[in-house]
Design a protein around this ligand. Sequence first.
Ligand SMILES: [Zn+2]
Length: 325
Amino acid sequence: MKARGHTLLLLAFFLWLGVAPSAWARPDVSLGETLKLLGLQPVQSLKTDPAESERYAGKNLPDVFAENKKPYITIGGVKVWLTESLIVIKGNLAIDRVDYDKVLVPLIWRNKAPFGIGFRRIVIDPGHGGKDPGIMSKAYNYAEKSATLDTALRLKIILEKLGFEVLLTRDKDKFVELSDRCDYANKVKADLFISLHFNGGGPKDSTTSGIETYCLTVAGESSTNQSKKTASSIMLPGNRLDALNLLLAWSVHLRTVNTMGTEDRAVKRARFAVLKSLNCPGILVEGGFISSQTEGAQIANPNHRQKLAESIAAGIIDYSNRLKP
Ligand SMILES: [Zn+2]
């Protein structure tokens, strides 16, 4: 009887506060304190910074910028999606514990204590093919499947010149099942998997543009752009490599966004079929919007696709360097 009385009292207390008990259960940690542990110190805000934002910097480490209520954090100048938005606790920004473990540690601490591994064999996966054209550009008359294959062939040449062994999930216009793409990478014992795609907006959207880079969603969390209901606690084979997946996605995203000078649509998370069961680190690059009036025209241009391939290769080299002790 007494315990029940306590529960009712507690419930009444929460009702009185007007907050759900779950809001209190968020395992947040102070952003400043955790970044200090990782070697970053708070620095002066810029005049243009919004209220309730914080900046951090450290020697040989990527800068961090964070803002209250944002679902992403800016690391090294590009956005990285979080599983929970940042909040303010007692006047300071706080970050969810999962994001500390799955975002800050792989990207910041690992810059100081690298994984100490090398890699050689890269599988490139040109999205779509055959009966599946992907996004179509009516304005410039080409299909996503052709743009991904051309970019993949360009990337292959660049990476081979750099000394990597490169294999493709398709080298011509043919249909390949999503699961077969991933199985192929596992069968040939790939060290790295890069899936290439281009994006499309809604039927009347001809302005959205920018690059997104995806890696596998962390177990127990929901994917970017999806409701909390999609959170799955299942640990997928690809989740064994959460830290490397994110480091690869971020390294490539930094290069592509900065080189292509397009909108930073962030490093995001999804349980894509091609990433779920990989035995090696893997990412999916959405290299721009075919549906955009301006970016769609750029993607149609071979020079643009060459530049994109070069920037992805540069990101892979950065990733490789970050692994070295
Ligand atoms: Zn696609």
